[in-house]
Design a protein around this ligand. Structure first.
Ligand code: DPM
Length: 360
């Protein structure tokens, strides 16, 4: 048992116990996210021996180019997946929105944790304290490298100018506060909250202003798909509502053939066992918008026929403990909504957006 690929240590009685190693990016946000998952695991399994291993990814090294222009799909995930593959780590914590809808073979998302607020937030330069996007002066510069955020906000707030901003959250806040380049920046509320910067949220954007990215606000635990022990261990972290919403969102993005940097946005809600989903695609300036809403039942129907054998992945997620039929319907909802938008010309809008962005 000790000769396998995993790492072991000895407990008080000299018995070998497996050490669970967690890989993380070294940014402050990534470390906070990883620590929170490690803490939850420790609460659920007090005996567990955990070790956290920090790594630098391509996305952390290339700081001067807009993410949407680098073209590499798994910018923040590749190094971490290499370490998983080589058994150097056993699990990796990511923001779900940074994980592609199709994972490389051999990997799966073994847990999707309860979603934080998925909305986008406005952070203002101190000199504009108490303003909103609406009342910022003409030609104020707003920092965001998200095509999705820029497309939606350009349309709605045509008096504002949008510019790229890169770097991790600390860098961006510094660029905002210590220079006069930006009047405001747009960031995910979830990241700000996790960093303890909730007080900097001047405005939380409603869906009419800015719908969020697929998977935004949820944390995901990536594992080796064949490592059933670890899969079972992390599966207790799944939040059923978040899983169903995120399966629908990821299926929508996958069917649209969108990557993590296309102007695609969603809004999902579960009420009375109905999953409601609004999805949209935008041209880069927001002048072309396609948006529709559909719903499906995610009633917790009998899962017996699937239980135990349901190791299949849906858009990269393995969730044995959650009703299989409900997951299938959530996935179908995403596919159907994308198909509807594609029939109305979504493909053309996204193709032009990609071409224009590549030519920038
Ligand atoms: C993805 C996007 C961004 C991140 C694109 C988008 C924002 C890029 C930018 C796919 N990943 O949202 O349209 O602002 O230039 C990222 C953040 C978080 C995870 C930071 C943020 C934290 C929130 C979360 C970067 N990835 O969006 O402000 O865990 O969902």
């Amino acid at each position: 048992m000790e000769n396998g690929p995993y790492k072991y240590t000895r407990d008080g009685n000299g018995k070998a116990v497996r050490v669970i190693r967690i890989g993380t990016r070294k940014s402050q946000l990534a470390c906070i996210q990883t620590d929170s998952v490690a803490e939850k695991l420790k609460e659920l399994y007090p005996e567990l021996q955990l070790e956290i291993i920090g790594m630098t990814t391509i996305g952390d090294r290339i700081l001067d180019t807009a993410l949407s222009k680098i073209g590499e799909k798994s910018l923040f995930t590749k190094e971490l997946e290499n370490a998983l593959e080589k058994n150097e780590v056993d699990l990796v914590v990511h923001s779900l929105k940074d994980l592609p809808t199709t994972l490389p073979p051999g990997f799966t998302i073994g847990a999707v944790l309860k979603r934080e607020s998925p909305s986008d937030a406005v952070v203002l330069h101190p000199k504009h304290a108490n303003k909103t996007l609406e009342i910022l002066p003409e030609n104020s510069v707003i920092g965001t490298s998200s095509l999705r955020r820029a497309a939606q906000l350009k349309r709605r707030y045509s008096h504002l100018v949008f510019k790229d901003i890169r770097g991790n959250l600390n860098t961006r806040l510094k660029k905002l506060d210590e220079k006069d380049d930006y009047a405001a920046i747009i960031l995910a509320a979830a990241g700000l909250k996790r960093m303890g910067w909730e007080h900097r949220i001047a405005q939380s954007l409603a869906p009419e202003d800015c719908m969020y990215a697929v998977g935004q606000g949820a944390l995901a635990v990536e594992v080796r798909a064949r490592d059933t022990d670890i899969l079972e261990m992390v599966s207790v972290l799944h939040d059923p509502e978040t899983v169903l919403r995120c399966i629908a969102e990821r299926a929508f993005l996958k069917q649209l053939e969108g990557g993590c940097s296309v102007p695609v946005a969603v809004h999902t809600e579960i009420r009375d066992s109905q999953l409601y989903m609004t999805g949209a695609v935008f041209s880069l300036d927001g002048s072309d918008t396609l948006r529709d809403t559909m719903q499906t039942s995610v009633q917790n129907s009998a899962q017996s026929q699937e239980q135990g054998v349901d190791l299949i992945q849906r858009v990269g997620i393995t969730a044995t403990s959650i009703s299989g039929p409900a997951q299938t319907r959530a996935e179908q909802l995403g596919v159907d909504l994308a198909t509807l938008l594609l029939s109305k010309g979504a493909k053309e809008i996204l193709t032009v957006a990609r071409q224009l962005n590549d030519a920038r």
